[in-house]
Design a protein around this ligand. Structure first.
Ligand code: CTP
Ligand SMILES: C[C@](O)(CO)[C@H](O)COP(=O)(O)O
Length: 232
């Protein structure tokens, strides 16, 4: 139990194929200045005093590699389980939720491929989740966003002041996120983030101010940005 008097778990989905990276090795294991993406991500959570356990979700054939080359090598002692993921990110997170310690109060969900998450964002997520039950990290969009139809014609221009680009961590009371995932499974609903599943059962989700450097490593040019961020 952390010194907050609450049990706090983290699920790190890292079971994707990394198709858009188009690399021989899975993008989670690509090194940025000598340290793999996933190790960088996990180190930030491992050193946060409030966190009690981390569950890492990987592809079945990468479980051993992940255990030896990431968890053991970087001494990530808060990682309690490395488990198998599913077809979609949502399936992987659901597998993780089923493995969380039953006495858990709060669950943070964070993409393995977002290695630049900072301590203040993790702490703010925990604070907001304890206060409101549900929160997600995001940043105000910088570009004008258009809604476009299948013919390539603009339908509308939403007010930019109301638009945020959503990142992770996304953090919830354990009972709430489990209920949201079980309902999505029942309804065969597939969302693109965790918050959507909570929003659709009628629960209000708060925004935590993120950081423009909390990027997701998705395409090859993100690796160039990542090297620059490490240098900085
Ligand atoms: N079935 C899946 C798909 C994705 N993820 C994880 O969810 C995070 C965000 O997904 P994304 O960046 O889209 O990763 P990939 O699905 O691997 O990328 P791509 O769509 O290019 O294949 C990543 O850390 C990824 O490993 C996962 O655990 N299980
Ligand atoms: C959850 C997420 O990181 C929010 O930005 C993102 O939606 C996950 O990435 P994907 O490309 O949709 O799998």
């Amino acid at each position: 139990m952390s010194y907050l008097g609450k049990y706090i778990s983290v699920i790190v989905p890292a079971a994707g194929m990394g198709k858009r990276m188009n690399s021989k090795i899975n993008k989670q294991f690509i090194k940025i200045k000598d340290i793999p993406v996933l190790a960088r991500t996990l180190m930030e959570f491992n050193k946060c005093d409030y966190i009690d356990e981390i569950i890492v979700v990987t592809r079945y054939d990468e479980i051993d590699f992940c255990q030896k080359e990431i968890i053991d090598k970087y001494k990530l002692d808060k990682v309690k389980k490395v488990i198998q993921g599913g077809k979609e990110r949502q399936d992987s997170v659901y597998n993780g939720l089923k493995e969380v310690n039953k006495k858990s109060d709060i669950v943070l969900i964070h993409d393995g491929a977002r290695p630049f998450v900072k301590r203040n964002i993790i702490e703010e997520n925990i604070k907001f989740a304890l206060e409101y039950g549900a929160c997600v990290t995001g940043v105000p969009v910088k570009d004008t966003i258009k809604k476009v139809d299948l013919n390539g014609e603009i339908i509308s221009t939403p007010n930019r002041k109301e638009l945020w680009a959503i990142q992770t961590p996304q953090t919830f009371r354990y009972d709430l996120i489990l209920k949201a995932y079980e309902k999505a499974k029942l309804d065969n609903f597939l969302g693109t983030d965790d918050s959507m599943l909570v929003e659709r059962i009628g629960y209000k989700v708060k925004i935590v101010m993120g950081d423009y450097s909390n990027i997701k490593i998705t395409t090859p040019e993100d690796l160039i940005i990542a090297e620059t961020l490490v240098d900085k």
